[in-house]
Design a protein around this ligand. Structure first.
Ligand code: SF4
Length: 491
C-alpha cells in the first residue's frame, strides 16, 4: 500500500508502542474496536484533572489554545501566540514534527507539564513525555524540562473545594531525553506499518498492558464454546496455545495440562459435567442461623468529593443483605432482604455503617464473596471510632463464601472464573447478570453512582439509576443465597 505520508496523534503513537497491529487496526479497521463503557468515564476524569492542573499551574494571564478538529487552526493559533513571545503559561499549545501531532497540556517559559490522571508515574507516561519532547524540540523549541503531573493519592480532601494539593509533579526530562532514539525508530516503524499490510503480531502480555487492547476480538479466539483463556494459570502457556491456533479449552492436549486447578477445569470442561466435591455440604451445614449475605458497592473517584476522603480510595456507598432465619427452605422466596443506598450526594458512610450494624444484629454468620466486605467494614471502623466495637464484631462473624466455592464447585459455564457473575448463573436460573443492562459490574456501578449524585442529573435519570443500582447489588447477594442453597443440596 502507498499513499501520502501518515500523520500520528500522540495516542496513536502510544498504541503503536504497545503493538504495531493495534496501530494498523486503529488506522484501517476502527470498526473492529470493542467499545468500553469505561472509556468515556476515563476521558471525563482526564478533563477534570486537566482543569485542576490549569488552575494550579496557570496565572491570570494564561492562554488556552481552543480545540479544533482542523489541527491546522490550532497550529496557526499556537504560532501566532509564540511569535509575540510568551512569558505566561499556555495550555494545549499544538505542534507537529515529522507527522506527529501533540498538544502540550501546560507550557510555561519552555518548561512543559504533561498532566495524567493516574496516581503514579508509569513507563507509558514517561514514553508519552518522550514523544512530547521529541516533537517540541523537533519543531525548533528550546524546551528546558518536561514533567509529569499526576494525582497524589495521599491528598485528603477538606471539603472546601480546594484541590490545589491533589496534583504533584515529577521531572522526567532525563528519562525522556534517553528515549529520543526510541521515539525516532517508533515513528519510522509506525509509518511503514500503516502504509503496509497488517503485521502479524502474536498475542502476548501487550494485549492487556499498558492498556487493555480494544482489538482482542480480532486476535483472540471468540468463536469457541469454552474460550482457551478460561483455563487460567500461567499466561505464557495460554499465549503459546492461542498463537498455535488453539481456540477452546478442550483443544489443549491433555499432556500439556499441569496443576490441580487447571486439571479440574479441563476435566469438567471436557466432560461437560459440573462437579461438587465432597465436603461442601458439611462445611455449610455446620453454620448456624440466622445467616446474612452481604455485598457492598463502593466508589473511589480520582477527585474526592467528600471531606476526609482520598483519591481512588474506595468508600462504601451501598449495601445489600439477604437474611435467612433458617425457618424456610433457603430459597430466595423464603429469605428477607434489606438494602441501603443514599443518592442525596451527602457523605453516606455514617448512615451506611449505622444501618448495617442494625441490620446484621449480633449473631450469625455474615457471608461475603472475596474479602472486599471485611476490608470495607474495617475501613468504616477506622472512620468512626465510636462504631468500632460493633463493626469489628461483625468482622469476627464473616465467612468468605468464595473460599468454599473455589474449593468445592466448578461448572463448565464458569469459563475459569469463580466470580459471582459466572458461578451465580451456573447454579440458578434466577440469577441473571445479562438482564441488568448498563449497571452490570462493579466499575459500572461506581461510575453510575457518581452520575446519580451529580447535580445536573435529571430526577428521571436518577430514579432510573437508583433502580438499577439496587437491582445490581440485590443480584450479588441473591446469587450467594442460591449458591449456599445449591451446595447444601437444599434443592
Ligand atoms: S489483541 Fe494483542 S496482538 Fe492483537 S492488536 Fe491488540 S495488542 Fe496487538
Amino acid at each position: 500500500m502507498s499513499g501520502p505520508k501518515p500523520y500520528f496523534s500522540k495516542s496513536k503513537l502510544i498504541a503503536a508502542w504497545q503493538c504495531q497491529k493495534k496501530l494498523y487496526l486503529d488506522k484501517h479497521r476502527p470498526d473492529l474496536a470493542e467499545d468500553s463503557d469505561d472509556r468515556q468515564a476515563i476521558f471525563d476524569v482526564g478533563n477534570r484533572v486537566g482543569k485542576i492542573a490549569q488552575d494550579k499551574y496557570g496565572t491570570t494571564d494564561s492562554v488556552e489554545i481552543p480545540y479544533n478538529r482542523d489541527s491546522s487552526v490550532m497550529f496557526t493559533d499556537t504560532n501566532e501566540l509564540l511569535a509575540g513571545g510568551i512569558d505566561f503559561p499556555v495550555f494545549e499549545a499544538t505542534f507537529e514534527h515529522e507527522g506527529v501531532l501533540i498538544r502540550a497540556d501546560v507550557m510555561d517559559a519552555w518548561h512543559v507539564i504533561e498532566v495524567k490522571s493516574g496516581a503514579s508515574v508509569k513507563d507509558v507516561n514517561k514514553f508519552d513525555a518522550a514523544i512530547q519532547l521529541w516533537v517540541l524540540r523537533g519543531a525548533g523549541l528550546s524546551i528546558k524540562s518536561i514533567s509529569l503531573a499526576y494525582i497524589d493519592n495521599q491528598f485528603e480532601y477538606q471539603g472546601d473545594g480546594d484541590y490545589d494539593a491533589l496534583i504533584k509533579k515529577e521531572d522526567v526530562t532525563e528519562f525522556a531525553e534517553r528515549l529520543q532514539g526510541e521515539v525516532t525508530a517508533l515513528v519510522a516503524t509506525s509509518g511503514a506499518t500503516v502504509m503496509g499490510d497488517m503485521p502479524d503480531v502474536p498475542v502476548g502480555r501487550h494485549c492487556a498492558a499498558p492498556y487493555p487492547c480494544e482489538f482482542q476480538s480480532v486476535c483472540w479466539p471468540t468463536d469457541s464454546q469454552y474460550p482457551i483463556i478460561g483455563i487460567r494459570g500461567a499466561r505464557k502457556d495460554i499465549f503459546a496455545w492461542v498463537n498455535k491456533g488453539l481456540k477452546d479449552i478442550r483443544d489443549i492436549p491433555t499432556y500439556e495440562i499441569k496443576g490441580a486447578k487447571r486439571e479440574w477445569i479441563y476435566r469438567v470442561t471436557k466432560s461437560g459435567k459440573p462437579e461438587v466435591l465432597a465436603g461442601a455440604k458439611e462445611v455449610l451445614e455446620a453454620l448456624p442461623y440466622p445467616r446474612y449475605y452481604l455485598d457492598f458497592e463502593t466508589t473511589g473517584p480520582a477527585i474526592p468529593i467528600w471531606k476526609g476522603t482520598q483519591p481512588y480510595k474506595q468508600v462504601p456507598v451501598q449495601w445489600s443483605v439477604h437474611i435467612d432465619d433458617g425457618k424456610g427452605d433457603g430459597s430466595l422466596a423464603s429469605v428477607r432482604h434489606e438494602e441501603f443506598l443514599d443518592l442525596s450526594g451527602e457523605p453516606p458512610m455514617r448512615a451506611l455503617a449505622e444501618s448495617l450494624i442494625e441490620c446484621l444484629g449480633d449473631s450469625g454468620p455474615v457471608f461475603e464473596y472475596t474479602t472486599v466486605e471485611e476490608r470495607v467494614i474495617r475501613q468504616l471502623a477506622g472512620l468512626f471510632p465510636d462504631l468500632q466495637a460493633p463493626l469489628l464484631a461483625i468482622v469476627e462473624r464473616i465467612v468468605d463464601l468464595a473460599n468454599v466455592t473455589k474449593k468445592y464447585y466448578y461448572h463448565p459455564d464458569m469459563l475459569g472464573s469463580w466470580s459471582l457473575k459466572y458461578i451465580g448463573p451456573a447454579v440458578a436460573s434466577s440469577i441473571n447478570y445479562k438482564e441488568l443492562g448498563e449497571v452490570n459490574e462493579g466499575m459500572a456501578a461506581a461510575n453510575f453512582f457518581l452520575e446519580a449524585i451529580h447535580a445536573e442529573t435529571t430526577p428521571e435519570r436518577k430514579a432510573d439509576l437508583q433502580a438499577k443500582l439496587l437491582k445490581y447489588c440485590w443480584v450479588d447477594t441473591a446469587a450467594m443465597v442460591e449458591i449456599v442453597r445449591f451446595l447444601q443440596g437444599r434443592r
